[in-house]
Structures are given as C-alpha cells and as structure tokens.
Design a binder for this molecule. Structure first.
Ligand SMILES: Nc1nc2c(ncn2[C@@H]2O[C@H](COP(=O)(O)OP(=O)(O)OP(=O)(O)O)[C@@H](O)[C@H]2O)c(=O)[nH]1
Ligand SMILES: [Mg+2]
Length: 467
C-alpha cells in the first residue's frame, strides 16, 4: 500500500481517490447558454482531503527521517559458537537488564536440554571406549580401558538409572523447535569416530513460556532431574570419565561442563536460571534475529537494532547479505580458542582459518561500505585454559613455529593475523577497533560494551549530524 492510500484510509469516512475528480468553475451547456457553475462542494471536500493527506505524508516522512537518525543498526557476525548470541545477551544486560531478568524462567528448558545432552555425550563416549578391543585401546598403561570390568559394571548401573533422564532429551528438543536450534555434536579433534549431529529448530526461547507443552516437558525434566541428581554426580566424578576427559581430550560444550558442575543447584525444585546460567546456555541461532534496545546517551536516546545471526556455514551465512546495506556497525567475533578445532559442516577447515576468511569477505563486501568494524577476539578464557593444559598451538597452526606456547604470545599472534588480514583486504581502509574478550565475564564485557558503544555512537552522530 502506498503512503497516500495508507494515510487516506486512516481518515474517517473518506476514500481515495475521491469520486469527483474534475473541478471546473465555468462552462457552457449544449443549448449555447453561458452559465456560471457554483463551487462543487464534493470537489472542494476532495481537495481538502488531498491536502490533508499530503500534509500527513510530509509529517510521516519527517518523523521517519528523524526516527532513522535515532536508529543504530548493529550486526553481530562470526562463525557458529563464536559468542554472538552471548554478546547480544550482554548488550541486553547492560542496557535493559530487567528484560533479561524477566526472561530467566524461559531459559530453564534450555539449561535442562544442555545438561542432559552433556550426560548423554559422556555415556556415548564411554560406550565407544568400552567397545574397543584391548589392541585398539591407545592407552594400555593408563586408566580404565576395555579391561577394567569393575568400571564398566559401575557405568552400566549408572546408565540404567539415567535412562529416564536421557529419554527426555527428544521431548525437550521437539519443544525447542522452529527458529533456534541446539546442537549436540562433539568438538574434540582427536576422536576417530564421528557421530550424527543432534539438531532441533525452534521458536525464540521467550515464546516457550506461553507453550503448555513446553511447560509439561520442563516440569517432567525437573522432576526426573531431582531423582537422578546423585547418579549424574556419581557419573561426573567417576574415574572412567575423568580419565576419558584427560586422555582422550574430550571437550564437552562450555555449557555442558558448566551445568554438570552446578547440577545440584540446577536440580533444586525451585530452580530458576540466574544470569550466569543464561549466559552459559548453548542454543544455536537459526536465521537472523532482530533485537531492539533503547540506548541512552548524553545526546538523547537511540534505538539500537541488533541483528544476531546463525553462524553455520552452509545453511545460515547466505542469509546475512540481505541485511548488510544499511548496517551502521558490524561486530565481528573470532573465537581464538578454536585453533585446535574444525568446522562442524566442513571438518577439513580449521576454525581460525575460517574466521580469517570470513573477516576478509566482510572487508571486501561493498554493501558494507558504511559499516564501522569492530573485532572481538573472543573466548580468551578458554584459550588460556587450553594453553595451560599443554595443548600446543604449533600442532594445529604450523606457522606458529617454535614461539612460546603461552597465552600472551598466542593471543598476540592471532590478533596480528586478524589485523593484517583487515589491513590487506579492507577495500574502504576503515579503522578496525579490536579487543580481547571473554564473553562470560560480565564486568569485563560491560567495559568493552561501553567502549564499543562510544565508538559506534560517535561515528553515527558525526554521520547524521545529531548531537
Ligand atoms: N568460556 C567461554 N564461553 C563462551 C564465550 N563466549 C560464548 N561462550 C559460550 O559458547 C557457547 C556458544 O555461544 P553462542 O553465543 O551461542 O554462539 P553463537 O555465535 O551465537 O553461535 P550460533 O548461534 O550457532 O551462530 C555458549 O554456550 C556460550 O555460553 C567466552 O568468551 N568464553
Ligand atoms: Mg547464536
């Protein structure tokens, strides 16, 4: 519908176009008599309507123009699991903490799903471990392998008690359908066997509160969790699991690890996720989700539209471009802890390499001409832990050579590569603002958000001329 027809339809009792469109003051009849026509009241009324509409259109255009100058569009980009949705939650926490607070109960179903997935993953890995023959087991001198019958029997018993819990995973997954998905794949690089990916599309999580089926599934999970919490703890503490994590370098999702360590709190009957839990959950974004935030600055209030996108290579990335054209700022997240990981949908591509390529493609995209670029080198906490645990960067990134395998050297090495890629490829020679981040650290991230916000607002104000 055009502006004109939309506005005219808003005027009570009037239609567009008016029924009388020919307005003439003088004319002659077929008899030759000259007559003076009186002003046509219908035509006058129509003209008045037309003027009103024009005025309305002008006002609407002025309002939209002023509104758009008060609107800042920020896009979060990066590969899957780089921390985009977590950053969006941090923005929400900073600028509208009460809304995140209200959402907390809705995240309970995702916390349960993440926890159950972690338990299921551990059991599957143990299955694999115990299925190996003595010759196939690579650590004969260490840990409970295929020959440790006592450990196998203990795990068998725990598994039996956990069946009611594991069987809930599917019903939770099906409630988390249409829109967002959570993924149950393993990311350890040292596993020879690959298993299928568990994925469930779903609605935005806040909608789940309205769904009675989701409530039933959540309550059922809470009930079963309450009766199995001691079994989960026994499994989590079991020597076979400790050994598997250490020797096999099995890496559970950050969310899984966190919720296993907090299982007693989560299993309480009146459990409501706290902000830390909400930041830890893993829920894969599908498509592009727009979040609006009111941001107050000294120059007045602005609406920030934050676009959080799904980062999976094949399905999600093609959808990004349609949002590029009027983006004011692009925050690119590169998880630098992922130097020893490969893409889920392209297992030959190292994740640091993928991030570098992605940044390059952003720097060369003409549609992003007006976008300010911010680079967040994320998951530094995990990078630190990996290096402290002895994971060698040079084993995965050969160009790292014999540099010291410590945090400051590795972090600086990755930063210099991202900065160099930008410098070499950015067709608009924009300035790149770079920060190291650990997105689960609320205090540190809030400082980054202030600093990034200042930079984005300064450019926006300079561009629009607003104060
Ligand atoms: N330890 C740690 N975990 C993080 C950090 N940033 C994000 N995470 C966790 O990593 C997981 C993935 O983060 P998300 O924000 O969902 O990743 P995403 O980029 O939105 O992923 P997609 O939606 O799949 O594209 C979540 O469990 C987060 O809690 C970080 O800096 N450190
Ligand atoms: Mg996401």
């Amino acid at each position: 519908m055009s502006d004109r027809s939309r506005i005219s339809s808003r005027l009570p009792g009037r239609t567009w176009p008016p029924s009388c469109s020919v307005i003439s003051r003088k004319g002659s009849t077929s008899s030759g008599l000259s007559i003076t026509r009186l002003p046509d009241p219908t035509a006058q009324a129509a003209q008045r309507v037309s003027d009103l509409i024009d005025e309305d259109i002008k006002k609407e255009a002025a309002r939209r123009h002023s509104e758009s100058r008060r609107e800042v569009k920020v896009m979060l980009l990066g590969q899957a699991e780089s921390g985009k949705s977590t950053l969006q939650k941090q923005f929400q926490l900073y600028h509208a903490s009460q809304t995140l607070d209200l959402e907390r109960p809705s995240w309970k179903i995702v916390v349960y799903a993440n926890l159950i997935k972690a338990v299921r993953t551990i059991l599957e890995e143990l299955d694999y471990e115990f299925s190996l023959s003595v010759e196939e087991y690579p650590f004969p001198s260490e840990g409970p392998g295929p020959t440790d019958v006592a450990a196998q029997n203990e795990i068998l018993e725990l598994r039996r008690d956990l069946i009611p819990l594991i069987s809930l995973e599917d019903s939770l997954a099906s409630e988390l359908s249409d829109g967002i998905a959570f993924v149950g794949y393993r990311r350890g690089t040292l596993f020879p066997h690959q298993r299928g990916m568990f994925r469930a599309s779903n609605r935005p999580v806040t909608d789940l509160r309205e769904s009675s089926k989701a409530l039933v599934a959540t309550n059922r999970a809470a009930q079963v969790l309450g009766t199995t919490v001691h079994v989960i703890e026994a499994l989590w503490r079991h020597r076979s699991v400790e050994c598997m994590l250490r020797l096999r370098k099995l890496r559970l999702d950050e969310s899984g690890l966190f919720f296993l360590n907090h299982v007693r709190r989560i299993a309480q009957i009146d459990y409501i996720p706290n902000i830390d839990d909400v930041l830890h959950v893993r829920l894969q974004t599908v498509g592009v989700i727009e979040h609006s935030l009111k941001v107050n600055t000294v120059g007045g209030s602005y609406i920030w539209k934050i676009y959080d996108v799904g980062g999976t290579v094949n399905i999600q990335r093609p959808a990004w471009c349609s949002y590029f054209e009027d983006i004011n700022a692009l925050i690119f997240l590169a998880p630098i802890s992922a130097f020893d990981q490969y893409l889920e949908d392209d297992p030959l591509t190292n994740r640091i390499h993928d991030s570098l390529q992605l940044l390059t493609s952003i720097c060369t995209n003409k549609l992003l001409k007006n976008a300010q670029l911010v680079l967040l080198l994320n998951k530094t906490d995990i990078l630190r832990k990996k290096l402290e645990a002895g994971v060698q960067v040079c084993q995965y990134i050969t160009s790292y050579g014999n540099r010291p395998n410590n945090f400051s050297t590795a972090a600086e090495y990755f930063r210099s590569h991202f900065l160099a890629a930008h410098k070499k490829k950015d067709i608009f020679q924009r300035r790149l603002y770079a920060h190291f981040t650990s997105m689960l650290d609320v205090q540190a991230t809030q400082l980054i958000i202030t600093s990034v916000g200042d930079v984005i607002m300064r450019k926006h104000i300079a561009h629009t001329g607003l104060a």
